[in-house]
Ligand binder design. Sequence first.
Ligand SMILES: Cc1cc2nc3c(=O)[nH]c(=O)nc-3n(C[C@H](O)[C@H](O)[C@H](O)COP(=O)(O)O)c2cc1C
Length: 445
Amino acid sequence: MAKSPHIKLGFILHGVGRTWNDWRHPDRDNSASTSLARYQEQAAIAERGKFDFLFVADSLSITEKSSPHYLNRFEPITILSALAATTSRIGLVGTLTVSYSEPFNVARQFASLDHLSGGRAGWNIVTSWLGDTAANFSKTEHPPHAVRYRIAAEYLDVVQGLWDSWEDGAHVADKETGQFVDPDLLHRLDHKGEFFQVRGPLNIKRTPQGQPVIFQAGASEDGRNFASQRAEVIFTHAATPSEGQAYYSDVKARAKGFGRDPDQLFILPGIAPIVGDTDEDAEARYRELAALESIDTGLGFLSRTFNDHDFRQYDLDAPFPDVLHIGLNSQQSATLRILAEVEAENLTLRQVAERLATPRGAFVGSPERVADQLQLWFETGVADGFVLFEPLPGQLALFVDRVIPILQARGLFRTDYEGETFRSHLGLPEPENRYAAQQREKSAA
Ligand SMILES: Cc1cc2nc3c(=O)[nH]c(=O)nc-3n(C[C@H](O)[C@H](O)[C@H](O)COP(=O)(O)O)c2cc1C
């Protein structure tokens, strides 16, 4: 497969917003997190813009200090199923953790979503970094980072195995003969592994996409290996083009090393564009956003990244505290990035928190400037596309109405959906059913 000439775009449905104070913006609906109407409205705008997919993130542990978006959120499959009914083309991607769920249930849930949506489901596999999650799932211990990725690999084997339970055509449903299924086309998995024992088969037939699309966001050593071997779309953070380029070339090289076509793996940094009529207008909107934030937001992001560790206990102007051991078992790559900056620039806690509170990013400006930046990142080996946060109310519509037409005029974005399924938007082939493949190979031999 050749590299797609088109930028891939996803939109993150974020309820009241991403930070601790986004909800306080005068134009923000502060009941948005559990408002079906708001979700439908945003989904419709993104679909009008021909976005590849909508994304619903998730986590399973809160404290009273968690951000408003964490404190009150829909369960992803539930809201995506509701959106399947009011959208027709856009992909529907949700997070579900492998550390606190069962593969059989998850295989069913995403297979159901794929059927409900006519082939538009995607699963973002996460391993969960918040240790307190264990206490919500009758567990005494949160698995260590490396174990979580081992669980993830086996978990995905099981889910994908279950998705192949039924070959195409297995549901005969012949009223004349009374035959409902063809037993030769139905397969048990009989998986017995380190973490899971699952017999199968799955109790829902093969889905319109064959299998839902696999997303991941691994950024540590273990995470990169898992993502580059197994994911079809990878989310990442890239503060600068050079940081993004390093990640992009590393992960694509790993994918090649695993015998994969690197062009069938899409790397999408998360970005928060702020579009204005002019560069000055966009700057003013950014300042409006920054004015809502305080050092507390930065401390909140730090706390969340380091497994809900309380950074408010430290002197803001003393050297940054020694928290490496916490970071390694949490969101490992993000914590190591922060600690590397601390060391390189000798930063205090206050300086780190200020940077995290109001990150500006590279995508603030007129529609032309934002389109130029997207094009630059796309054409210089930083990204295959982007997943967008909406930092200010109204920005999604502005992006759709002002930036996308520029990308389309430059031949960098689709003018209509390529097909019916999410895989068809991405140009990804439908995975062949493993039992059908075995049969084909046997017949050829
Ligand atoms: C755009 C984006 C979206 C993410 N969404 C989620 C999510 O919904 N739930 C979650 O637990 N982690 C989410 N993550 C974090 C990753 O699951 C992971 O913890 C992080 O990338 C660090 O990976 P590492 O442990 O390999 O360093 C997301 C990351 C990115 C870049």
